[in-house]
Design a protein around this ligand. Structure first.
Ligand SMILES: NC(=O)c1ccc[n+]([C@@H]2O[C@H](COP(=O)([O-])OP(=O)(O)OC[C@H]3O[C@@H](n4cnc5c(N)ncnc54)[C@H](O)[C@@H]3O)[C@@H](O)[C@H]2O)c1
Length: 358
């Protein structure tokens, strides 16, 4: 049994239970389902076993990860007679998770929720860690809280129907944990990459557990993201801005993969790591790097999005850079502080986009 300690107590991730058995044993009569429409359409078991009065079908997208959606969900819950001892069950990816968990954290000052993650990103990363997030005023994940689920049921069966792009998005998040820990599975993932993308349902199990184990070790030490957990923002500051600049056409984990490569490149260009180290990381990121080019005249827009990142304080950009293998550190970019100047960062971003190694 895989369990995680949190401020709300221990919660468990259950692996390997066949889907039908898991739905029958984990969903109770008073539970209310919040389910991704795509999953609802592809997995008839949910209409077969759960009464439609107890289901909210969600069109998952960044544009629906909003307070309005949570408000609509709360109205439906209240009018359906939902009580504080009832539970929400999220069935979907990170978006369904974020909407359900945020709602669960505020309704009646906090109710219990369970999670069937259906994307690789949700299975290998977001399902643990307690964070809930909602987009607000064009800024991703600006609102949120810490409210872990009571139980996570991880069925890799769901990965059969997940589009390849979403498999690659999940791999992006997994790579960032593997690089943080310099996991022994990094080499295996690079070697098996194509097979993993083609057949995630059969092959992904041990990779998911490794990713969750690395994350668990950290979140148990710093659940509230006050200190060392911030190194898990590796690739995310640069990645979130790419997601936004591309109008979310580049998915989260693929943007994080580019974001890690940019962070490594910035470290290389500022003599923080040597070329051999940059190429070691690049070798493992390469399979999962999508071509994405930012023209010179859009670098300023990209920079402004970096500035909007919620981790920033005053005029500083806070990013995570590698200082070596298994050595990620929080680094400030500013004009007053000396780590890296803003102008130098902008030049590095332009150079990155031009660099032949991509
Ligand atoms: N709360 C956290 O700790 C945390 C951590 C990381 C990311 N996130 C958030 O997660 C979101 C991204 O999550 P995601 O990548 O899971 O995206 P998602 O929830 O949007 O799902 C991706 C797409 O896959 C579809 N889908 C889901 N399961 C499917 C299945 N089994 N078969 C076919 N299609 C399926 C969805 O309809 C959607 O179109 C972002 O908003 C990000 O900010 C949250």
């Amino acid at each position: 049994m895989f369990s995680v300690d949190s401020h709300k107590g221990k919660y468990h991730v259950v692996f390997g239970t066949p889907l039908e058995e898991a739905v029958k044993s984990c969903i109770q009569d008073t539970d209310f389902l919040v389910i991704d429409k795509c999953v609802y359409d592809k997995y008839p078991i949910f209409h077969r076993l759960i009464d439609s009065e107890r289901i909210y079908i969600l069109r998952a997208g960044e544009e629906t990860k909003t307070l309005q959606t949570c408000q609509e969900l709360i109205s439906i819950l209240i009018s359906s007679g939902f009580k504080r001892n009832h539970k929400l069950v999220a069935v979907g990816g990170g978006i369904t998770q974020d909407i359900t968990s945020f709602t669960a954290s505020v309704l009646f000052r906090g109710i219990g929720w369970k999670f069937f993650p259906t994307t690789l990103l949700a299975q290998a990363d977001s399902c643990i860690g307690s964070k809930t997030s909602i987009n607000f005023s064009n800024t991703k994940n600006l609102l949120g809280s810490f409210h872990p689920p009571e139980q996570i049921i991880c069925c890799t069966e769901f990965l059969k129907t997940l589009p390849r792009n979403d498999i690659k998005s999940g791999i992006g998040e997994m790579l960032h944990y593997y690089i943080y820990a310099d996991s022994s599975l990094l080499e295996d993932m690079t070697r098996e990459y194509n097979k993993l993308v083609e057949n995630p349902c059969e092959l992904m199990g041990r990779y998911i557990e490794e990713s969750l184990s690395i994350k668990r070790e950290m979140i148990q030490r710093d659940e509230f993201d006050k200190g060392e957990r911030r190194v898990f923002n590796y690739g995310h500051t640069f990645g979130h801005a790419i997601e936004a600049l591309s109008n979310y056409e580049v998915s989260h984990g693929l943007a994080v993969t580019i974001g890690m490569d940019i962070a490594n490149y910035v470290a290389l260009k500022n003599n923080i790591i040597d070329e051999e180290t940059y190429l070691y990381f690049h070798k493992h990121l390469k399979n999962n790097l999508t071509p994405y080019y930012i023209d010179n005249d859009r670098i300023e827009d990209y920079y402004n999005l970096l500035m909007k990142d919620k981790k920033n304080t005053d005029s500083d950009i806070v990013c995570i850079l590698p200082y070596g293998i298994k050595d990620l550190r929080i680094t400030k970019v500013s004009d007053s502080n000396t780590d890296i100047s803003i102008d130098k960062l902008k030049r590095d971003l332009v150079d990155y986009m031009e660099d032949k190694c991509l």
